[in-house]
Write a protein that binds this ligand. Structure first.
Ligand SMILES: *[C@@H]1O[C@H](CO)[C@@H](O)[C@H](O)[C@H]1NC(C)=O
Ligand SMILES: *[C@@H]1O[C@H](CO)[C@@H](O)[C@H](O)[C@H]1NC(C)=O
Ligand SMILES: *[C@@H]1O[C@H](CO)[C@@H](O)[C@H](O)[C@H]1NC(C)=O
Ligand SMILES: [Zn+2]
Length: 426
């Protein structure tokens, strides 16, 4: 979830002042670096054990005859697990193993060390989303070791660039489409279990995201070199732009706009400027509610700004995801509910929600109407800041529970029954 994180960035904005730029070529100087001294190839006992163990990670997954492993788009992985009953429609479990950058500053341990302290593993990706990649393969490995043979076929898709463009997932989606696959449902990361979420209600609740907000990066630009000679000299490009952003922020539309940051950034920069730039730009990131479209938000924004000196350029955009079914007959949703009930007996409320961020699953709408985003993990408010922030971590116990959840979910999916309404306890 790069700028597409579930938990971050309700509204992010950047400001860019455009000056006539001289492009200076930095010309990579490719000097050969000579090593001062060679590092001897001697390894400690622990390192040799680690080497041997690494060779044996998930050996059953990759050597089982009814599992096909394919590398897609060079780095993404697709596993096809052939079930024994071809009459059951297959499903897809997905995760991604790329992460956002993690500068060392502020971390209690080096961000890529995966150091364990007091039963907690720290490191970039421990919650987003290497935990899911490993838990999926681990759960499958543990099932296979126990001689499990699925009845219902399923796929595991592991994307390599979810945080940026999602090309891996797009290719996997295209590949499955080219093979004529239709999926019963998809489970990706997204919702989670929250404790103490509703005031005066002490029971934890499970949030299953059945839709995702859309997203748009809209660039607002004011160009005062382009024939606005009639503008009073006091009006600068940055002043006009600041006023436009301010109007957006003051609009009482919490569905579209977050609060705060844009105008602050603009003013700070404006105060520090001693040259007045002819062109000012601000890029505003919008999250688009499932009941609106990109086009509607653009029109709305133009109407609110109501200043024809401000130009609008959509840099990138996509519409919100359709809402997946969550009624008694929705197989994926009910399987998740059932598995929540067995793995987290203390959670007796499951709620469908809309995810603020986006995942690779958005490329799979041609394959199914049932896309669900759920982490079987308790998330505390401070964890939201850790995802894409410093000191991202997961407890060993939470990870084990995630493995257990997938282990149960895969077996629960072997049902040949329609979901039954007694699951529906609310
Ligand atoms: C601003 O407008 C001038 C005059 O129309 C044009 O030459 C220039 O390229 C524009 N700058 C940008 C950044 O669009
Ligand atoms: C979905 O299918 C349509 C029709 O075949 C195709 O044009 C489109 O590119 C597909 N979209 C995705 C995201 O795969
Ligand atoms: C959830 O649990 C509480 C306390 O155990 C109970 O009072 C409540 O009826 C339960 N709700 C549902 C929907 O099962
Ligand atoms: Zn992310």
């Amino acid at each position: 979830m790069a700028q597409r994180c579930v938990c971050l960035l309700a509204l992010a904005a950047t400001l860019l002042l455009v000056f006539p730029t001289v492009s200076r070529s930095m010309g990579l100087k490719s000097k050969e670096h000579q090593r001062a001294s060679r590092i001897p190839s001697q390894f400690s006992k622990e390192e040799r054990v680690a080497m041997k163990e690494a060779l044996k990670v998930f050996p059953t997954v990759v050597s089982t005859s009814f599992i096909q492993h394919e590398v897609v788009e060079e780095y993404s992985h697709l596993f096809t697990i052939q079930g024994s009953d071809p009459s059951l429609q297959p499903y897809l479990l997905m995760a991604h193993f790329d992460v956002v950058p993690a500068p060392e500053e502020g971390w209690e341990v080096p961000p890529f060390s995966a150091l364990e302290r007091d039963g907690v593993i720290y490191g970039r990706g421990t919650l987003d989303d290497k935990n899911s990649v490993m838990a999926l393969l681990q759960a499958l490995e543990l099932l296979l070791i126990r001689k499990y043979i699925p009845q219902r076929s399923f796929f595991i898709s592991l994307g390599h660039d979810e945080e940026s463009s999602g090309t891996g997932a797009q290719k996997i989606s295209a590949l499955l489409q080219s093979r004529g696959v239709q999926l019963a449902f998809i489970v990706d990361k997204g919702g989670f279990i929250l404790d103490d979420f509703i005031p005066n209600f002490k029971k934890p609740i499970a949030l299953i995201a059945v839709s995702e907000k859309g997203s748009m990066n809209l660039m607002l630009q004011v160009n005062m070199t382009s024939g606005h000679s009639s503008a009073p000299p006091k009006e600068t490009s940055i002043g006009i732009l600041a006023a436009a952003i301010s109007r957006l922020e003051q609009t009482p539309m919490p569905i579209i706009f977050g609060s705060g940051t844009v105008v602050t950034v603009l003013r700070q920069v404006a105060n520090e400027m001693n040259v007045i730039p002819p062109v000012a730009q601000a890029t505003v990131n919008f999250r688009i509610h499932p009941e609106q479209t990109v086009q509607e938000v653009v029109e709305l924004t133009k109407n609110i700004v109501a200043d024809n000196r401000v130009q609008f350029h959509v840099l990138s955009a996509f519409d919100p995801l359709p809402i997946s079914p969550y009624d008694d007959k929705a197989l994926g949703y009910q399987l998740l509910r059932q598995t929540v009930q067995s793995v987290f007996p203390e959670v007796n409320i499951t709620v469908p929600v809309t995810s603020v961020g986006n995942t690779d699953s958005r490329f799979f709408t041609n394959l199914t109407t049932g896309i669900y985003r759920f982490y079987p993990i308790y998330i505390q408010p401070e964890d939201f800041k850790r995802i894409h922030g410093v000191n991202e971590k997961i407890s060993v116990q939470a990870y084990e529970t995630q493995v257990k959840f997938i282990f149960e979910l895969i077996q629960n999916a072997d049902t040949d029954q329609e979901p039954v309404s007694h699951l529906h306890k609310l």
